[in-house]
Write a protein that binds this ligand. Structure first.
Ligand code: UDP
Length: 336
């Protein structure tokens, strides 16, 4: 899809978005897609959990630049903006537990500054929120109307409550300033380019299986998750940019499985002979999670197209390629 062009000071300009978290897993895939669709992209990332290598292929692209700075602090841009997309935040449990204050800050102060930026530029504001706002849900599957079951002071609260605050602030800006906003709640998403050290279930299991290490299933592995392939999420986001509705909107794949089933599937797909070991269940780990995507289906005509087997196969293939890329220089160095 090619984007519309806007008139600015008598000139016709390409549409421009500012995207925080551009060097992250979701952010870098979204950057690629927006560039493909004809946008100019200004990325903002302090590389706390994002990785420069996710954007390496864009070096020299005149439609992209990266501002290496903390999205919690005000960002200044001179050119007109059509969208401010806020995707910066540590997002895997081990990462937000390691960076609790930074997580709170980027979703609270960061969201505030970026809403102000959108307001000053007359741009739309798009918030990447999370299924974590539902906490350990008592309703199943989770529809947008469910208010959640969140421990406000537990270890995960730094992420859950920060995203809930970010949603509240976004809606307040819509009410007070008539700002055009979009809120998505992203359910567990996986795919190529995930940081092998992010500590999430898919990355851990894939890397453990490929390196012959035991797969660490937390608890008995009876808790469920519903896994969405990255391309489906990106497609949903791009469709939502074209629809005038504040949300919140669930984007996820309703195909649900237990963590133990997932471990077995990854063993089968990799052909690995790794063992499965059990480790303690983290505090407040949600028991089950599955999105109700009825709203997204109606509003966007969207639904996931990639099943978990296919998506995991693509993810494993990518992990293998990256593993080889890192091994080759080590071997060469060892031989030389
Ligand atoms: N999990 C696991 N082994 C791991 C990593 C995660 O059993 O090595 C479990 C975790 O306890 C949770 C689920 O997998 O129940 C998904 O965890 P993840 O960290 O991917 O994200 P969450 O959905 O909890 O935000």
């Amino acid at each position: 899809m090619k984007v519309r062009k806007t008139r600015y000071l008598g000139r016709t300009c390409r549409r421009t978005v500012l995207l925080t978290g551009a060097a992250g897993f979701v952010g870098s895939h979204l950057t690629d897609r927006l560039l493909q669709d004809g946008y100019r992209v200004i990325g903002v990332d302090n590389l706390l959990t994002g990785r420069r290598e996710n954007l390496a292929h864009l070096e020299g692209n005149p439609d992209f630049r990266l501002l290496e700075q903390d999205a919690s602090e005000p960002v200044t841009v001179e050119e007109p903006l059509d969208w401010v997309l806020h995707f910066a935040s540590p997002a895997s449990p081990p990462k937000y537990l390691r960076w609790p204050l930074e997580t709170l800050q980027v979703n609270a102060a960061g969201t505030y500054h970026l809403l102000e930026l959108a307001r000053r530029h007359g741009a739309g504001f798009f918030l990447a929120s999370t299924s974590e706002v539902y906490g350990d849900p008592l309703a199943h599957p989770q529809a947008e109307g469910y208010w959640g079951n969140v421990n406000p002071i537990g270890p995960r609260s730094v992420y859950d409550e920060a995203k809930r605050y970010a949603e509240a602030l976004t809606m307040a800006y819509r009410r007070r300033h008539a700002l055009s906003v979009r809120i998505i709640r992203i359910f567990n998403t996986y795919g190529p380019r995930m940081d092998p050290d992010d500590g999430r279930v898919v990355t851990n299991f894939v890397h453990q299986a490929l390196s012959g290490k035991p797969l660490t299933v937390y608890g008995e592995g009876r808790q469920t998750r519903s896994l969405q392939y990255i391309d489906d999420l990106i497609e949903g986001i791009c469709r939502y940019l074209r629809v005038d509705d504040p949300g919140p909107l669930n984007l996820g794949n309703p195909q649900e499985c237990t963590v133990l089933e997932l471990a077995k599937l990854i063993l089968a797909l990799t052909g690995s002979r790794s063992a499965i070991v059990h480790a303690p269940l983290p505090e407040n780990d949600p028991q089950r999670r599955r999105p109700d995507i009825g709203r997204a289906r109606t509003l966007l005509g969207w639904q996931p197209a990639v099943g978990v087997r296919q998506g995991l196969a693509l993810t494993i293939e990518d992990a293998l390629v990256r593993q080889r890329e890192t091994l080759v220089p080590v071997r060469k160095a060892a031989q030389g």
